[in-house]
Design a protein around this ligand. Structure first.
Ligand code: 5AD
Ligand code: SF4
Length: 462
């Protein structure tokens, strides 16, 4: 199962290299920089646990570190450029300190493995998302290699890697992410994720509950269940609705939400479960990607505009006060102005509370990359701007409609700009501030939403 590809021929043949346990926590200092989605953030926390257990320490500046890891994202070209842009700084760092170990990890590492090592000789490690367990042994190998030894590559995608026995290090605070499913089998034609994160695997429910319980014991009150497609979760006959309900039943947890869903997998039972359980928050992120059926088909999204709108309607019926968000891509190859207009109309029709709007970006290893990226950039930009402008108006209108309503805030902590206020969120995920009055982070406070400042509400106790 474990294929190891390495540019250092000695490495495979050296069974004597064992990860050292720096038992007293005096081990090498690690700096991790994380780019991209919440899955990457959650993976970085898993790495923190894994390396802390081996005695490594974590620092906040690359300059003070013995090991620098960059967790990369390649969902769009801009993300990849941003993450790889770090590399020139790291080259400088390596020049100053030839002993620092530099690792590129995450999605770009997976997809561009050899290219990175060939083009960037100062990179010591290239490690993909399923191979983080190997980090202690790979790091040990680098510590004992003379400077200038070619970098090591470990990018095997494993059908069974779930990191489910590793409780990710909790960063503090009352909210946390919990990964429940890894990988993706949907193969949307524009998306590189199935290539970088491999096949879909659900984490056993008992291990999810163990992690949630451990987080609650550390003061967490609001958990976001994470996965590329949480609603295709399956474990021993249980489906996502069961998982959601089981997490909601964890003693001491106030709120659970989830991200991301695929319209093809949303079941009526899931929507019923959401509506029926007071701890499951009325928030649904349901990417539509496009509002035209021909484009959806080309995107390999197996639903129609009509089916999507049906799901939205059912969701709104089953879940009172449901807030909705989505992802949309404009300028997919061959998209006509009329087809874009259908996406625009869908966005107007649904009236999302928030939306993540993107320009199509051709990605290596995807099916769409074989079609000519024929929509000129200025056309993509114009479509994107139209959509953004309209969505901003709608988001504002949706928020204004909340003014005067009662809600319950979960206090997250002091407001960043005003220490005399708390910041928190409503069940439908709207940020709000309230004056401090003896509460503590993690408390629930009944409020009325009084004013809107940008996208943040000012609330008052009732
Ligand atoms: N170009 C633009 N946007 C993309 N996304 C995924 N792949 C691409 C791409 N090649 C968007 C989708 C997805 C979100 C996470 O990123 O909308 O839902
Ligand atoms: Fe990418 Fe589609 Fe999978 Fe989401 S569902 S990760 S967009 S392939």
């Amino acid at each position: 199962m474990h294929e190891l590809i390495t540019l250092n021929p000695d490495f495979q043949q050296n069974p004597d290299v064992k990860p050292r346990a720096f038992g007293d926590g005096s081990g090498p200092r690690v700096y991790i920089r994380t780019y991209g989605c919440q899955m990457n953030v959650s993976d970085s926390q898993t790495i923190e646990t894994l390396l802390s257990e081996a005695g490594y320490r974590f620092v906040d500046e690359a300059e003070n570190a013995d090991v620098v890891l960059v967790n990369t994202c390649m969902i769009r070209e801009s993300a990849e450029v941003r993450a790889l842009g770090q590399l020139s700084n790291l080259a400088q760092l390596k020049k100053k300190n030839p002993h620092v170990v530099i690792g590129i990890i995450g999605c770009v590492a997976q997809a561009k493995r050899r290219e990175i090592l060939d083009a960037k000789p100062f990179v010591d490690l290239v490690v993909g998302p399923d191979a983080y367990r190997r980090l202690p042994v790979l790091l040990e190998e680098r510590f004992i290699s003379p400077p200038g030894t070619p970098g090591l590559l470990e990018t095997t995608l494993l059908r069974d890697e779930l990191y489910d026995d590793i409780l990710p290090r909790h960063a503090g605070g009352v909210t946390a992410f919990v990964t429940i499913i890894r990988g993706c089998d949907k193969f949307c034609s524009f998306c590189v994720v199935p290539r970088t994160r491999g096949r879909e695997r659900s984490r056993p429910l008992p291990s999810i509950l163990r992690e949630v319980e451990s987080l609650v014991a550390q003061g967490v009150k609001d958990v976001m269940l994470l996965g590329q497609n949480v609603d295709s979760y399956r474990w021993e006959g249980q489906e996502f609705a069961d998982c959601l309900q089981a997490v909601a039943n964890v003693q001491g947890l106030h709120r659970v939400r989830y991200m991301t869903s695929h319209p093809s997998d949303i079941s009526p039972r899931l929507l019923e479960t959401m509506g029926a359980h007071s701890k499951i928050m009325p928030f649904l992120h349901l990417p539509v990607q496009a509002g035209n059926n021909r484009v959806l088909e080309m995107m390999n999204r197996p639903y129609t505009r009509e089916r999507y709108l049906d799901i939205i309607q059912t969701a709104r019926e089953k879940v009172p006060n449901l807030a909705l968000s989505t992802d949309i891509i404009v300028g997919f190859p061959t998209e006509t102005e009329a087809e874009f207009q259908e996406t625009f109309d869908l966005l107007e029709n649904v009236r999302y509370d928030t939306a993540f709007l993107f320009k199509y970006s051709a990605r290596p290893l995807t099916k769409a990359d074989r079609i000519e990226d024929d929509i000129p950039d200025d056309v993509k930009v114009a479509r994107l701007e139209r959509l953004i402008r309209r969505q901003q108006e709608i988001s504002r209108e949706q928020n204004l409609a909340q003014l005067g309503r009662e809600s319950v805030l979960l206090i997250e902590g002091p407001a960043p700009k005003d220490e005399t206020m708390w910041t928190g969120r409503t069940p439908d995920f709207r940020p709000a501030v309230i004056s401090r009055n003896g509460e503590a982070p993690g408390d629930l406070v009944r409020v009325r939403l009084r004013e809107l400042n940008g996208f943040t509400f000012v609330a008052e106790r009732i």
